[in-house]
Ligand binder design. Structure first.
Ligand code: SF4
Length: 468
């Protein structure tokens, strides 16, 4: 599909009233749209081309050589859909080389040199060579009406405009533009913005998602971190996936099904007992909370679970709950990526918190020392991998035991699926020799409904140039 094939009522369907925005300057001025390969700038480029087919918009992408792989796919799709060529600037040194050049000093909220060096400066240098005297340069950035607190980049050379704000377009409309055209980038399933794979301005849930979806990118980022000597060997990759150990493929394994999903009359877990247990105990065990998601539909049969995913971990109950509240907002906003709408997501999504106890000599839940330099303050990639692996392994083992306990009394015919299923689980349990954590309790969690008046906190310090 291409832009010219969109039906005539498209703008109205996207909630766009063209009279609310007037193209600034003259059509002969230069009109630039910096694109990041993310949702907002891609949707903006599509919208501007649809609103002003007579204007020659120039699209520019500044590569950091550390971008999410999905970004290049989105750029390719955008080029094909608009039938234009995106100017792609490649730096001499990418993000990782730049960090090396700066002696391993990693970018952070207080020193975002990566944006300056890899996004702003190349764009400025390039633009200087493009400007002809007397010409005004207009740049259009994809800051939406629901995120007016975000900073747009400004520059002496250009006039910056934010059409989404003038047109009062929010996340929902922006995603509708993409859903109808090139599709929402798949990485938005786990992160709320585009940008470098290991960008420090990501939440823990997003980094957990990166580890599971892009393990090579994750390991690439992990090698850059500089743990303090005390932290170097603390988080080995020693929790073997249950799939490898027992030979069952991932689609034959699940996470434990909370009692309240099986029996709606069951009592909720009294979490008070587990509060404050996220640390090594005198009995040689340590505890941590994990969270996972289930998508449930009664038409699926059995427990109705048709999709599941590991979401996050925390050493405190309040920490995991807080992460889930934000994660819930993200799931509602990106429901299309699971092939359902926001209302269906609200109906089908079940968030589960589990508390896991594991041997303290194998699982390390202690804080990182302040001398460690990591992408995200207070947590290292090695630690994320360590706790996600232990969390997933423990949950899978708990599900095998739960499933066996639930089917133990059935007397099915040896040729029936249930009989085979039980035999498979028994054999899997026999092969499970390595230590697993104990899932000592787990239950559904009711996340806070987002307040429509409150702006969605996507990322408190969103990069003005990386994720437009
Ligand atoms: S996406 Fe993040 S890491 Fe990449 S340049 Fe922007 S701020 Fe830096």
């Amino acid at each position: 599909m291409s832009l010219s094939q969109l039906p005539p009522d498209t703008l109205a369907r996207w909630g766009v009233d063209p009279s609310w925005f007037t193209l600034p300057g003259q059509p002969t001025d230069q009109h630039w749209i910096p694109v990041s390969g993310g949702a907002d700038s891609s949707a903006l480029a599509i919208l501007m081309h649809l609103l002003y087919p007579e204007v020659e918009f120039k699209l520019l992408f500044t590569d950091t050589l550390a971008e999410e792989p999905e970004i290049y796919t989105t750029l390719d799709k955008l080029e094909a859909f608009l039938e234009v060529t995106i100017i792609r600037l490649k730096p001499e040194l990418g993000l990782y080389e730049l960090i090396e050049k700066f002696g391993g000093y990693m970018p952070s909220a207080s020193s975002r040199y990566c944006t300056r060096e890899l996004k702003l400066r190349p764009w400025e240098m390039f633009l200087k060579g493009q400007i002809q005297s007397g010409q005004t340069v207009h740049a259009y950035v994809g800051i939406r009406s629901d995120e007016q607190q975000r900073l747009a980049f400004t520059h002496d050379l250009i006039e910056t405009h934010m059409p989404f704000i003038d047109l009062d377009l929010r996340r929902k409309e922006v995603y509708a533009v993409l859903a109808d055209t090139i599709g929402i980038p798949r990485s938005y399933d786990r992160r709320s913005r585009s940008g470098c794979s290991c960008c420090p301005f990501q939440r823990t849930t997003e980094l957990v998602g990166l580890y599971q979806a892009q393990p090579l990118e994750f390991v690439r980022g992990m090698k850059i971190e500089k743990p303090a000597s005390r932290d170097v060997d603390r988080f080995p990759a020693n929790a073997m996936p249950v799939t490898e150990e027992v030979g069952l493929t991932a689609n034959h394994l699940s996470f434990p099904i909370p009692e309240r999903l099986i029996d709606p009359e069951a009592s909720p877990v009294a979490w008070g007992k587990w509060q404050g247990r996220g640390e090594a105990s005198l009995f040689g065990t340590t505890g941590f909370f994990v969270a996972y998601e289930l998508l449930v539909h009664p038409g699926v049969g059995g427990d109705g679970v048709w999709w599941q995913g590991f979401v996050t971990f925390s050493t405190s109950l309040s920490g995991v709950r807080k992460q889930l509240d934000t994660f819930y907002q993200h799931r509602l906003a990106t429901a299309e990526l699971k092939g359902i709408d926001e209302d269906q997501m609200r109906e089908e999504l079940r968030l589960v918190i589990a508390f896991i106890e594991a041997p303290a000599d194998l699982v390390d839940t202690d804080k990182l020392s302040a001398q460690s330099f990591t992408w995200k303050p207070g947590v290292s990639f090695a630690q994320i991998r360590h706790l996600v692996d232990w969390g997933r392994r423990s949950l899978h083992a708990a599900w095998i035991r739960q499933e066996l306990a639930r089917t133990v009394d059935t007397e099915d015919h040896p040729l029936s699926w249930r009989y085979e299923h039980r035999q498979g689980l028994k054999s899997a349990l026999k092969k499970l020799h390595d230590v697993t954590g104990d899932v000592v309790c787990f239950d559904l969690y009711e996340p806070k409904e987002p307040d429509p008046e409150e702006e969605f906190d996507e990322n408190l310090i969103a990069c003005p140039m990386c994720s437009i």
